[in-house]
Design a protein around this ligand. Structure first.
Ligand SMILES: [Zn+2]
Length: 356
């Protein structure tokens, strides 16, 4: 009897330690586990979004971008939300390229970024308009490896402030609307033809965008760099893995690209699972959720966060609004979930450079 009891206990322990409920989070854990959404945009003084974040146990990083409703307003809103909810909302300032051709642009930019950092900005956003919109006085496109950015990048490196870099776009951007992989991209580029590169064949190509970003990173190896939207390498975890291997001071956020990971998981779940395990210190949860007047309801925000949680924590059969077909949740170990939802954001935005 004693021996049988011992075996039952041993079996129970084994199940618990390598696959039982103890190793994984469940739906019920969602509100209990502290989390960070490291890529949101708060375009309103309304605090509905912040209240939902509190209910769902999220901290938010709101990122200012040089696009409507205006960079200055977004930065002011970021500072204001941070001041009202210092434990709940952090903010990232943004680089302006409006006066790039002015000879005093570097000094004026550094002065502005310094003001933002003093106001509490934990990162600075660089936007895709570099490479897709910005031109020099001769009318040539300016890419991010242009030497004029170096002084600003050295300033941020010296301050220990990371850059959130959105360079290039998803590969879908270079395809006609009907050939795009993701419904979400089809919707976005229908509304923003100015950024739909298929319609602008004379603009720098996808590969030129990525190559310019990589040359900039080579020049600034000490810069802490967060590649927004899976570093625009959303289409293949192997390619993204090679990039992360090449640049140890680079991490990526998943904002608006979780569906690309799900699409790949539909074809080869083990490959995507392995990617998360191997790069568990370099991946940050983010959604690109935008809070604005007449924006999504708290219920919508909550449900979107829950869908992502199900993908990372369960092995349920799931669907995405972005593409046809089903995929199985990754069911990552708790330790990995805690990193992508919390500890990586804390370390990459506030902590030491990547430890190798
Ligand atoms: Zn964004």
């Amino acid at each position: 009897m004693q021996k049988g009891l011992y075996h039952i206990c041993l079996l129970g322990w084994l199940l618990c330690s390598c696959g039982g409920n103890g190793a994984y989070y469940t739906t019920e854990d969602f509100a209990r586990v502290p989390k960070t959404d490291a890529h949101v945009h708060m375009y309103t003084a309304d605090t509905t979004f912040v209240h939902q974040a509190r209910q769902d146990n999220f901290r938010l990083l709101t990122i200012a971008v040089e696009e409507p409703p205006g960079m200055a307003l977004q930065e002011q809103l970021g500072i204001a939300h941070h001041q009202h909810y210092p434990e709940r909302v952090a903010f990232a300032g943004t680089l302006s390229i409006a006066n790039w051709n002015n000879p005093h642009w570097p000094e004026a930019t550094i002065s502005h970024l310094d003001t933002m950092i003093r106001a509490g900005a934990i990162a600075i956003k660089f936007y895709k308009t570099i490479g897709m919109e910005l031109k020099d006085e001769a009318g040539n496109f300016v890419m991010i490896d242009h030497p004029r950015f170096d002084t600003v990048l050295r300033f941020l490196t010296g301050k220990g402030i990371p850059v959130i870099g959105h360079f290039g776009e998803p590969k879908d951007c270079w395809l006609p609307l009907e050939q795009m992989q993701m419904n979400s991209n089809r919707k976005y580029y229908s509304r923003h033809p100015e950024f739909h590169m298929y319609a602008h064949p004379s603009y720098p190509s996808y590969h030129e965008q990525i190559a310019a970003r990589d040359r900039m990173l080579q020049k600034h190896p000490q810069l802490r760099f967060i590649g927004a939207h899976l570093g625009s390498l959303e289409w293949d975890t192997d390619t993204l893995a090679a990039c992360l291997d090449k640049f140890p001071n680079m991490a990526v956020d998943m904002a608006a690209r979780i569906s690309d990971l799900q699409f790949q998981a539909m074809k080869d779940r083990q490959k995507v699972y392995g990617f998360f395990i191997r790069y568990q210190d370099r991946l940050l949860y983010g959604t690109d959720r935008t809070a604005e007047d007449d924006g999504p309801t708290p219920q919508f925000i909550h449900e979107a966060w829950m869908r992502d949680w199900a993908f990372f924590t369960s092995k349920d059969t799931l669907r995405s609004p972005s593409f046809e077909g089903v995929f199985t949740g990754l069911q990552l170990p708790k330790t990995v979930v805690d990193k992508i939802y919390r500890y990586n954001a804390e370390r990459w935005f506030k902590g030491r450079p990547q430890e190798q």
